[in-house]
Design a protein around this ligand. Structure first.
Ligand SMILES: CC(C)(COP(=O)(O)OP(=O)(O)OC[C@H]1O[C@@H](n2cnc3c(N)ncnc32)[C@H](O)[C@@H]1OP(=O)(O)O)[C@@H](O)C(=O)NCCC(=O)NCCS
Length: 184
C-alpha cells in the first residue's frame, strides 16, 4: 500500500549491477555512453541529447522528480568496475502509477542487464505501493518487448497506439505497444 512520505532507496544492488540516483557529476558519462548516440536512442521517448546542456537539463529534472516523488531516474553501473552502463527508473504519474523505461550503452547489450535492472525497479515499485508500472515500446523493438515479457509485464491491448518517437525521424506517429505490471 502507498505510504505518504516514504522514499525509495537511492542505491540498489543486484547480483551484477548498482542502480543509483544520478548526480550532477554524471553528465559527461551519460552523454558519452548513451544519451547522444543515435542508434541507442532510436526507440526512446526523449530526444537524443545534442549537447551537455540537454544532459544537465535531464539531471535537473531528475532532482525535481526525486524531491517531488518517492523515486525517479536511476543510473545503472557495473558492480565490478563502477562503469556507467545506462539508466532506468520510475517516472511517477500519480502516487500509485509510474512509467518505466531503460537504456544501455551499446557495449552492454545482450548480457541480461536490462532484465536485471527492470526486475530491481519492479521490486522498488512494489515496496513503494505503486499499483501499476507502465512501459511503452515501439512495435518493432523485439528486444525491449522480450525484456518486458521476461519481467512479468502484460500488453495493455492488442491494438498498437500511435505515439511520437522523436529520434526515428519518420515525421509521423509510430506504432507503440503499452505494457503494464500490477502490484496488489
Ligand atoms: C533494449 C535493451 C534495453 C535490451 O537490453 P539487454 O540488456 O540487451 O536486454 P536483456 O539481455 O535483458 O534481454 C533481451 C532479450 O531480448 C532478446 N532479443 C534481443 N534482440 C532480439 C531480437 N532482435 N528479436 C527478438 N529477441 C531479441 C534477447 O535474446 C533477450 O531474450 P532472452 O533472454 O530470452 O534470450 C538495449 O538493447 C538498449 O538499451 N537499447 C537501446 C535503448 C532502448 O531501445 N530502450 C528500450 C526502449 S522501449
Amino acid at each position: 500500500m502507498y505510504c505518504e512520505g516514504v522514499k525509495g532507496p537511492e542505491r540498489i544492488e543486484t547480483p551484477r549491477l548498482v542502480l543509483r540516483k544520478p548526480t550532477k557529476d554524471d553528465a559527461s558519462a551519460i552523454f558519452s555512453r548513451y544519451s547522444s548516440d543515435p542508434e541507442i536512442t532510436k526507440y526512446l521517448g526523449w530526444p537524443r541529447h545534442q549537447s551537455l546542456e540537454a544532459t544537465n537539463a535531464f539531471l535537473d529534472a531528475s532532482d525535481r522528480e526525486w524531491t517531488q516523488w518517492p523515486a525517479g531516474p536511476y543510473l545503472i553501473e557495473s558492480r565490478n568496475d563502477h562503469r556507467l552502463l545506462g539508466s532506468t527508473g520510475l517516472h511517477f504519474k500519480t502516487s500509485t502509477a509510474a512509467v518505466t523505461g531503460y537504456v544501455l550503452a551499446r557495449d552492454s547489450w545482450g548480457c541480461g542487464y536490462a532484465t536485471e535492472a527492470l526486475n530491481a525497479i519492479c521490486a522498488v515499485a512494489g515496496d513503494l505501493g505503486v499499483g501499476q508500472v507502465i512501459a511503452h515500446c515501439h512495435e518493432d523493438h523485439a528486444a525491449s518487448r522480450r525484456v518486458l515479457e521476461k519481467c512479468g509485464f502484460t500488453r495493455a491491448s492488442q491494438a498498437p497506439e500511435l505515439l511520437e518517437f522523436p529520434n526515428i525521424g519518420s515525421g509521423r506517429p509510430e506504432r507503440c505497444l503499452r505494457y503494464f505490471r500490477s502490484f496488489d
